[in-house]
Unconditional design. Structure first.
Length: 255
């Protein structure tokens, strides 16, 4: 079961906990705002916890040439994670991939271990966001989404952290400091590979250094308070080319 239905609602002023709750409700999960607040209170804060919230996704389709991988991060300790739609959705058919394997970090020096199959519960290709859930009895460190206004206060040179699985970093997790090096203000997103389905009027993008390249979508981008202010969705192998990340404020408006 999955949902790509758009709703007309503004969440510009809601807390990170409420935003998380809305995303999970859209996925069909009976999660209350109070439960989301509890999850936020127990958010991942230490480097080990942040790394533990990071997920690698192996996406397989019937078409052997269309296998790919990407990153994600838990927003719910019982197994729901955020990633980008272009990793787990066939955007031409507007349907989920045939098979999504979810792998988590159990040893930072080894490649992540597959723990089960993920199911796309909600996606919106115009914002390039998807919510994937797995059936498991385990609990995972979950990242908290930033509060309203946190993105608006970001500035050049602000220190960030990024955790994910770019192909240039081999199969093991990469956790690195990052810096805001710019803001994207060009409505022509076709200049970015894989961004042709994104509605430029609905997203805010920041440019960062640090983790980049294929496989890094969607690495969480954390601020000084260890809350997610953005998720990376595009980058290049060259360190001279900035990574591009969609801010969480982009998830606060559905049309």
């Amino acid at each position: 079961m999955f949902c790509s239905k758009k709703i007309s609602v503004s969440l510009a002023a809601v807390s990170g906990a409420v935003l998380t709750a809305v995303l999970l409700v859209l996925a069909g999960l009976p999660l209350s705002v109070q439960a989301a607040q509890v999850a936020q209170a127990a958010q991942a804060k230490t480097p080990a916890q942040i790394i533990g919230s990071s997920v690698k996704l192996f996406v397989n389709n019937d078409d052997e040439a269309n296998h790919r991988s990407g990153s994600g991060f838990f927003v719910d300790p019982t197994g729901c994670l955020l990633t980008v739609a272009h990793v787990v959705i066939d955007l031409d058919k507007n349907t989920p991939a045939d098979k999504i394997e979810v792998a988590v970090v159990k040893d930072i020096k080894r490649k992540p271990e597959i723990i089960g199959l993920g199911e796309v519960r909600y996606f919106d290709p115009e914002v390039d966001v998807a919510l994937v859930c797995i059936k498991t009895s385990d609990f995972f460190p979950a990242l908290a989404l930033a509060e309203p206004g946190a993105v608006a206060s970001l500035d050049f040179g602000d220190a960030l952290k990024i955790s994910g699985f770019p192909l240039s970093g081999s199969d093991t997790v990469t956790f690195a400091p990052s810096t805001i090096i710019g803001f994207w203000n060009d409505p022509d997103l076709k200049k970015i590979g894989g961004a042709d389905k994104i509605n430029a009027s609905r997203v805010n993008l920041i440019k960062t250094n640090g983790i980049s390249g294929p496989g890094g979508s969607v690495s969480p981008v954390l601020d000084k308070d260890d809350k997610v202010v953005a998720m990376m969705f595009a980058g290049q192998q060259s360190s001279a080319v900035p990574g591009l990340s969609i801010t969480v404020d982009s998830f606060r408006n559905w049309e």
